[in-house]
Design a protein around this ligand. Structure first.
Ligand SMILES: C[S@@+](CC[C@H](N)C(=O)[O-])C[C@H]1O[C@@H](n2cnc3c(N)ncnc32)[C@H](O)[C@@H]1O
Length: 246
């Protein structure tokens, strides 16, 4: 049993009441509140960013436990598999995947978040099974490819082709889609012959965006409409297409 408390930093952010702004919560100042938040299944925000307009957004978190579980189910990790994770965050997801028997390479774009995750993984005994790289995960981890599984814990409007290229034939990519109309669809794509194809496995999987995909991508305005259960994703070298089955 892996304890989320071992991965979450002492300073987190929460909404103290329904109409309050995101507020820092220090473990040493209010250990009971910190513990109850971290022990809950809720997402725990661990970092904020301020955008060009001065708006403050969560930029790193430990995800809600139901979505962590849904992603693990969709990944169907078997012992001995290699997994690429984009968005190390706290390192908790990476530890769960390592605990399922995978060898994990996890990429985090923010250097000190990556450092904190390395420390937590070391402390909890996962450092030999999880390699944390500090880089832009949209490029994958070419020096460590191919992977049996690729997962992102930051939302994508466009699935980078690098992830498809770095997935072994017969492998799978699981990523929260944050494009227009279907934001929050968790998509699972199976890879064969350099093409990834798949569908949504659940919705309400809302994630903070990949660093390079924070702006709404205008091309997605042309996304056709249809029911989620008929949504189909295809990612090839020429790009991503969304269709609906009859
Ligand atoms: C929801 S958090 C990840 C949760 C994490 N898996 C855990 O177990 O705590 C999303 C993370 O993705 C990182 N991120 C965003 N864009 C990225 C990118 N292009 N490459 C790598 N990491 C990225 C953020 O800095 C943030 O730490």
């Amino acid at each position: 049993m892996i304890d989320r408390r071992d991965f979450i930093p002492d300073r987190v952010y929460h909404y103290p009441s329904e109409d309050a702004d995101l507020t820092p919560l220090e473990r040493q100042d209010d250990p009971d509140r910190w513990n109850s938040l971290v022990a809950s299944g809720d997402p725990v925000i661990t970092r904020l960013r301020t955008d060009r307009l001065g708006m403050v957004w969560p930029s790193s978190s430990a995800s809600a436990l139901w979505v962590v579980r849904a992603m693990l189910d969709a990944l169907a990790i078997e012992p001995g598999m290699t997994v690429l994770e984009i968005g190390t965050g706290t390192g908790y997801n990476a530890a769960l995947m390592a605990d399922a028997g995978a060898r994990v390479v996890s990429v985090e774009i923010v250097p000190d978040i990556a450092d904190a995750a390395r420390t937590a993984l070391e402390r909890t005994g996962f450092a030999d099974r999880v390699t944390v790289l500090t880089a832009d995960g949209e490029n994958g981890a070419p020096d460590h490819a191919p992977f049996d599984r690729v997962t992102a814990t930051a939302g994508a409007q466009t699935v980078p082709y690098a992830w498809v290229e770095q997935t072994r034939d017969g492998g799978r990519i699981v990523v929260p889609y944050m494009g227009m109309a279907y934001a929050g669809a968790l998509i699972a794509l199976d890879v064969a012959n350099g093409i990834a194809q798949g569908r949504a496995v659940c919705d309400r999987a809302h994630f903070m965006p990949l660093r390079g995909q924070t702006d709404i991508q205008p091309a997605l305005r042309a996304t056709p409409a249809g029911p989620l259960d008929r949504l189909r994703f295809t990612v090839t070298q020429s790009g991503q297409t969304i269709t609906f089955t009859e």
